[in-house]
Design a binder for this molecule. Structure first.
Ligand code: ATP
Length: 243
């Protein structure tokens, strides 16, 4: 079943074209990666998909809804963790769960969620006292408070040390194992390769290639998505058709 269907999406900020005719499909249960360098348009794309920004053109359905006109209904069915999310430093972990639960008509049992994500013994710890890895764990768990069918995670591992990064990867795999559909924004190709069933590589607002990580590497004639990315981006800049 198709969860996200995008045709020719565009998003502009004044004269800047951030998303330039993107088309893609995400199927239920996939971890779908949106990968690309800084400024490629990844966050703008996710903000349009999650109903936080209005697109300028194109067609977009998420869980069968228009993310902009049906955003209230959509918010109840998705979890969103945006880049550079923050909570007040003084807020305790348990209070954060209670706050998020108050936003949903039918929230999950947040005490159970806290236990499932090993946060129960941090219930009284303030957000400002958590390490980067624990903050990301908290954000993933908070994205699940509304019992979502679809979760958007934007650059979750940026700034984490290698151990915390690997731990976050295993948390994302746990989401997939629960049957959730995950849209994962990253500028790390190793991360996309390790976690994603499908990856769209975005450059200058366009999808320059998409497919399974191994298929993209094979298409580029490389042994990793990291190297494939360089070949594919270089191909678009020299005018070759790689998509
Ligand atoms: N609110 C805004 N107003 C004006 N320009 C914006 C705005 N948000 C993003 N942009 C520009 O649109 C382009 C795409 O930005 P976007 O944040 O979507 O890219 P990104 O791939 O998520 O980048 P990063 O990896 O750095 O987060 C960039 O050139 C950015 O400067």
């Amino acid at each position: 079943m198709t969860v996200i269907e995008i045709e020719n999406l565009t998003k502009r900020y004044r004269n800047k074209v951030a998303v330039d005719g993107v088309s893609l499909r995400v199927e239920r249960g996939q971890v779908y990666g949106i990968a690309g360098t800084n400024g490629a348009g990844k966050t703008s794309l996710v903000e349009c998909m999650s109903g936080l920004r209005h697109r300028d053109g194109g067609d977009l359905r998420v869980l069968g809804l228009d993310p902009w006109t049906d955003r209230r209904a959509l918010q109840q069915r998705i979890g969103v963790q945006l880049q550079e999310s923050a909570l007040p430093d003084a807020l305790r972990v348990g209070e954060a769960f209670r706050l998020y639960a108050s936003l949903y008509a039918e929230p999950a049992d947040w005490r159970t969620l806290m236990e499932q994500w090993d946060l129960a013994d941090k219930q009284r710890v303030r957000f400002g006292g958590l390490s980067g890895g624990w903050k990301q764990r908290l954000f993933i768990a908070l994205a699940l408070v509304g019992n979502p069918e679809l979760v958007f995670l934007d650059e979750l591992t940026t700034g984490l040390d290698p151990v915390a990064r690997r731990t976050t990867w295993s948390l994302i795999r746990a989401l997939r194992d629960r049957g959730l559909t995950v849209v994962l924004v990253t500028h790390f190709m190793d991360e996309a390769e390790a976690l994603c069933d499908q990856v769209a590589i975005v450059d200058h607002g366009r999808v320059i290639a998409s497919g399974a990580p191994a298929a993209l590497a094979a298409r580029a004639g490389t042994d990793s998505l990291d190297n494939a990315y360089l070949v594919l981006v270089d191909g678009t800049r020299t005018g070759e058709d790689v998509a």
